[in-house]
Every structure is written in C-alpha cells, then in structure tokens.
Design a protein around this ligand. Structure first.
Ligand code: COA
Length: 260
C-alpha cells in the first residue's frame, strides 16, 4: 500500500518509519493512523526487519497530537469510536509488536504523540523535545492510552499532574521522571537509536518477541505475568535460536540468530 503520510526506509535490518505531515506538526489524522497500522503489520511479518524506529518529519515535532481539526465536531459516539479504533489499530498494535520499537522523539510529543511514544518499547528524546498531555485544555482527556501508560511509566502523582496541568515538560525532566530512556543532542538522535537497535539485534529475535509478551503481561488485567513468563520461557527451549545461542556459547563463537 503506498503511504501518503509516512516515509519508510530500511538500513541493516532497521526499519525507520517517519510520520510525514510536517506542516501539521505530524498530527495523527485517521489516514495516518491507518497507514501506521498497515506499516506495523508489514514490519511485523517481514523477517528482514529486526527493530523499528518511529520518528517525526522535520526539526520541530515528533507528533503534536491527534488531529484536532478532524475531531472538533465529533459526537459522544464518534469520540468513543475514535478512541477505541485508534487504541486497537495503532497504540496496542505498537505495544504488542513482535519486535522492538524505539520512539525517536525529535520535538513536540503532545497528546496522541506522547501516547504513541509511550506505546513504543523504548524512547529516546532529542534535547529540544517537549512532552505533554494537553487534552484537558481542549475539554477532553487522553484517549489513546495516555491515562494508563503514563501512569505506568511515571506513577500516579506525576501522571495526574501532567494531565491536570496540560503542561509540557522538557526532555531532561522527562528523563528524571523515567518517561524516556535517553536524551541526546538533536543531531545525534537517530545515531543513538541506531546504536540501541544494533545492540538489540545481536540477540535472538524469537527471545525478544517472548520478552515483549512477558513484560506486557504485567499490565494486562487478569493475566498472571509470572505464569506468562513461565510459558514464554518454556517456549524458548523449542526454538532454533535457543539451540544456536547455547551452542555458540559453548563453542566460544558469536551466535547467528535467525528468529526461528
Ligand atoms: N491537530 C491538528 N493540527 C495541528 C495540531 C494538532 N494536534 N498541532 C499542530 N497543528 C497544526 C496547526 O494548526 C498549524 O496548522 P495551520 O498552519 O494550518 O494553522 C500547524 O500545525 C503548525 O502549528 P502552530 O500551532 O502554528 O505551531 P506553533 O509552533 O505555534 O505551536 C504547538 C506548536 C505544538 C505548541 C501547537 O501547535 C499546539 O498546541 N498544538 C496542539 C497540541 C495539542 O493540543 N495536542 C493534543 C491534541 S489531543
């Protein structure tokens, strides 16, 4: 499917998806969400892709939120559907992808933009990044998982503060809060993400997929995370990657994982 609102580039098994609506600060309209959903589907099933990086086009913004112009006239039912569809198509999809996803936060990450970054498995921010959930200033609340994922990442008190004040925090503060994994100068953002991706790609893709499922289980209501860990741990013993990893260790050589 051709993408009107995304740029997709592959290099050394790393796929970079760039949200490309810079004149609208990469705001997430419905078309962009659908394209991202498809792009994630494609990346998830493409064995040549080992790690994804999601970023925004231009120097100013990662994603400045859901497209306010698109939902300004919505009814209660339409609002509910917007949230449910978006969560299912994009935000849950990113979080549950079978390979690591890194958000390269290159500027404003507001509302749905911060929610997208929080759905990713890791976040690296440029030092000019600004993050916030400004929804209450528009008379609405975060609807793409923000009330849940922010609370998980930074705790209830700080999540409440960010949502209540609708304010923005700078990258270094986000780092102190535990909202991002790293902060780097803007011109080193993609280099840092590539370094992280390269370190990750040395490891077994099938074990990484299991790790994502096991860690996510901690946040799934009604799921016993330790039980899920036992199941995923056991499954690893049936993979070719496990045989390769343990053989390589004993033969004192580097493992050559295939993801099988
Ligand atoms: N939805 C739709 N359009 C958006 C947008 C959004 N979330 N965020 C920015 N844009 C558009 C602006 O309307 C403007 O478009 P226009 O030139 O056609 O009028 C363009 O992007 C540039 O934004 P502008 O506001 O002129 O840039 P700025 O540097 O003055 O301010 C922000 C930057 C991020 C502070 C400001 O754009 C903003 O507050 N955006 C909304 C953030 C938000 O509330 N997000 C949560 C949505 S639920």
């Amino acid at each position: 499917m051709p993408h009107e609102n995304l740029l997709i580039a592959d290099a050394d098994s790393i796929r970079t998806i760039t949200i490309n609506r810079p004149d609208q600060l990469n705001a997430l309209n419905r078309a962009t969400i659908a394209e991202l959903d498809q792009a994630l589907e494609d990346a998830g099933s493409d064995r040549s892709v080992r790690v994804l990086i999601i970023t925004g086009s231009g120097p100013k913004s990662f994603v400045a939120g859901a497209d306010i112009k698109e939902f300004a006239h919505f009814s209660i039912e339409e609002g509910k559907a917007l949230s449910a569809d978006g969560q299912r198509k994009l935000f849950d999809h990113v979080e549950r992808l079978n390979k690591p996803v890194i958000a390269a936060v290159n500027g404003f990450a507001l509302g749905g933009g911060l929610e997208l970054a929080m759905s990713c498995h890791l976040r690296v921010a440029s030092d000019n990044a600004r993050m916030g959930l400004p929804e209450t200033s528009l008379g609405v609340i975060p609807g793409y998982g923000g009330t849940q994922r922010l609370t998980r990442l930074v705790g209830k008190g700080k999540a409440m503060e960010m949502i209540f004040t609708a304010g923005m925090i700078k990258a270094d503060e986000a780092m102190q809060w535990g909202l991002v994994n790293h902060v780097v100068p803007a011109d080193q953002l993609l280099t840092k993400c590539t370094e992280l991706a390269t370190a990750i790609m040395k490891n077994s893709p099938s074990a990484l997929a299991s790790a994502i499922r096991a860690v996510n289980a901690n946040y799934e209501p009604g799921v016993n995370g330790l039980q899920r860990e036992i199941e995923e741990f056991g499954k690893c013993f049936g993979t070719a990657d496990f045989k390769e990893g343990t053989s390589a260790f004993m033969e004192k050589r580097k493992a050559n994982f295939t993801g099988a």
